[in-house]
Design a protein. Structure first.
Lengths: 315, 261
């Protein structure tokens, strides 16, 4: 609880450190990514189910609200709710057959799903605008007051804080234990009375709802959606954020999303070798911090603690 | 044996085939409430298969499993656990990503039925039942003597303690029937002695009926009320320990060979 409060204060103060509105937008985008990654971490890090198609749920959320509010004149709240819900309903339909698959097969199935959704965004030009994207999405406003870049940042911060809080609450409950149990041993989890199929679908749908929520926030911020934002590459990037940040650690997910969204911006100045550096940094992190950034931080503090208690014990 | 209704567990005509191998052929197996029933037999006799069928991990080709008067033949494993029949594993299935305490708390899953919304919003019900869950878990850890290690990662426990942890996790669900698959495998003589006493206490103090599959004859003879002997997927004898020790068929099929080990 204290950690969440501290996190909220940190997000509140962050814009004071940056002067340029461009960086505010970058922060907003990275927090938006964090919303997806926290959900994906529940699925991957805690429940051990790998999804290579989460960009699709992000896209479904974004496109649904974009199309409904623009073409069918849905009021904003209703369109946004529909976006989140669509991601959840689709996840439920996809999850029931695919979550029976284990390990690599689940990853393959979700990959296939992601590719299909991507093709759908590209090809149904009449509905989605096709490869050139869908324009004219209205910027979020409340009773005529349009959100500025800065206030939108605060909105996304608020949503992310809520998502983090809910995720932590789930993890510190019988549901969180059930998810970790089925990650470790599906057999033993069942013997503990855990309906593993139900929990897998639950966490899959929940992570898709978070992704859909992020998609909705994205669409009404950028006011433009294009398929290229929701392709396979982005799905892999999301998985990388989970792993690099730290599996089975909610804060790790946030760190991973912020780090990998902001890092490329800092590498811009290297121009030609930008992508090489990006790759090298990933490799170094995975080799030296196999448990992710958050895992390394936890280890460091446990190390300090044991060192101190060893010292007190007179060893 | 045999009067349905009196027994906590009644298996009738169980048959299981793996490829061409008949792991179980027409096995009847019943357990009286409050008893410690051992299942013994040479390797490949079908003992573990019998436990797997009872706990639902293997589906029988034929036969029925009736638990506390309810036909659970078609139940998936988790429903059998919810009904009150839990087990441990020969090759330990502890949750490696949790602490000792969390392992046992997970065992209490079925006793704290609060919903997703209770956990999302941390309602009073969440706090109340989580507190209960903690009490259940600490009680069982104390019961098996692992309370002082509750905050350790479960994987860091020595092998013998991991067995006790599995036992604690199983009884933390407050089952009516506990199935133990070779609980003494890999334990030394002293640890096996302690285990025997713990199993007895589970029955005596908690009133949990115990079924164990075990190779350690000393342990089996010492703690069992009833012994069922399987050989090549068939029941060849059933009786009290002394009767089994004198049974010629059993000696021929099993004990004679075991002495040579």
């Amino acid at each position: 609880m204290l950690a969440v409060l501290g996190f909220a204060l940190f997000l509140l103060g962050l814009p004071w450190l940056v002067t340029n509105d461009y960086y505010i937008n970058l922060l907003t985008l990275s927090l938006n990514h964090a919303i997806i990654v926290v959900g994906l971490n529940l699925l991957m890090g805690y429940a051990g189910q790998v999804s290579l198609g989460h960009a699709a749920f992000y896209g479904l959320g974004a496109y649904t609200t974009a199309i409904l509010t623009t073409r069918y004149f849905f009021p904003l709240p209703l369109g946004m709710a529909s976006g989140v819900l669509t991601a959840g309903v689709v996840a439920c339909l996809i999850g029931i057959p695919t979550l029976k698959l284990k390990g690599h097969y689940l990853a393959m199935a979700t990959l296939g799903f992601g590719v299909i959704v991507y093709i759908f965004f590209n090809e149904t030009i009449g509905l989605t605008g096709g490869p050139s994207g869908f324009t004219g999405v209205s910027r979020l406003h409340i009773q005529g007051h349009k959100f500025t870049d800065r206030s939108y940042y605060y909105l996304v911060s608020l949503v992310l804080t809520g998502v983090v809080l809910l995720s932590l609450n789930i993890i510190h409950s019988r549901i969180g234990r059930a998810l970790r149990a089925l990650h470790s041993s599906e057999t033993a989890a069942q013997i503990a009375g855990i309906d593993i199929a139900k929990y897998k679908i639950f966490v899959f749908v929940l992570s898709a709802l978070f992704a859909g929520l992020a998609g909705v926030l994205y669409a009404h911020n950028i006011a433009f959606v294009a398929p290229s934002s929701f392709g396979f590459n982005f799905s892999v990037e999301l998985v990388t954020m989970v792993v690099l940040g730290g599996m089975a650690n909610v804060w790790g997910a946030v760190i991973g999303a912020l780090f990998l969204t902001i890092l490329p911006e800092f590498l811009r100045i290297f121009e030609n070798i930008e992508i090489l550096l990006y790759g090298a940094i990933l490799i170094v992190f995975v080799i030296f911090l196999p448990e992710g950034i958050a895992g390394a931080i936890v280890k460091f503090f446990t190390f300090l603690k044991t060192k101190r208690s060893d010292g007190a014990g007179g060893k | 044996m045999g009067q349905a209704g009196n027994n906590i567990l009644d298996c009738r005509g169980l048959a299981v085939t793996f490829g061409g191998v008949q792991a179980l052929r027409q096995v009847d197996f019943s357990v009286e409430p409050g008893s410690i029933t051992a299942v013994i037999g040479p390797n490949g006799a079908g003992k573990t298969t019998l436990l797997n069928v009872i706990s639902g991990l293997v589906n029988a080709d034929a036969g029925t499993v009736v638990f506390q008067g309810e036909d659970i033949t078609a139940f998936p494993p988790y429903k059998r656990a919810l009904a009150g029949a839990v087990r441990t594993f020969q090759n330990l299935e502890i949750f490696h990503n949790m602490t000792v305490l969390e392992n046992v708390m997970t065992g209490s899953h079925r006793r704290i039925p609060y919903t997703v919304f209770d956990s999302l919003l941390k309602t009073p019900r969440y706090w109340r039942e989580e507190k209960q869950c903690l009490q259940y878990a600490e009680r069982e850890l104390e019961f098996v003597g692992l309370l002082d290690k509750k905050d350790m990662p479960a994987v860091e426990l020595p092998f013998g303690s991991q067995r006790l942890l599995e036992l604690a996790r199983a009884i933390a669900s407050s089952p009516q029937l506990l199935l133990l698959d070779e609980p003494a495998a890999g334990l030394n003589i002293r640890e096996t002695g302690d285990l025997g006493r713990t199993i007895r206490r589970i029955r005596d103090e908690r009133g949990i009926t115990v079924v164990l599959v075990e190779h350690d004859m000393d342990l089996v003879m010492r703690i069992s009320d009833t012994i069922t002997v399987l050989n090549f997927g068939e029941q060849i004898a059933r009786g009290k320990p002394l009767e089994i020790q004198k049974n010629h068929q059993v000696i021929a099929a099993y004990l004679g060979e075991d002495d040579n080990l």
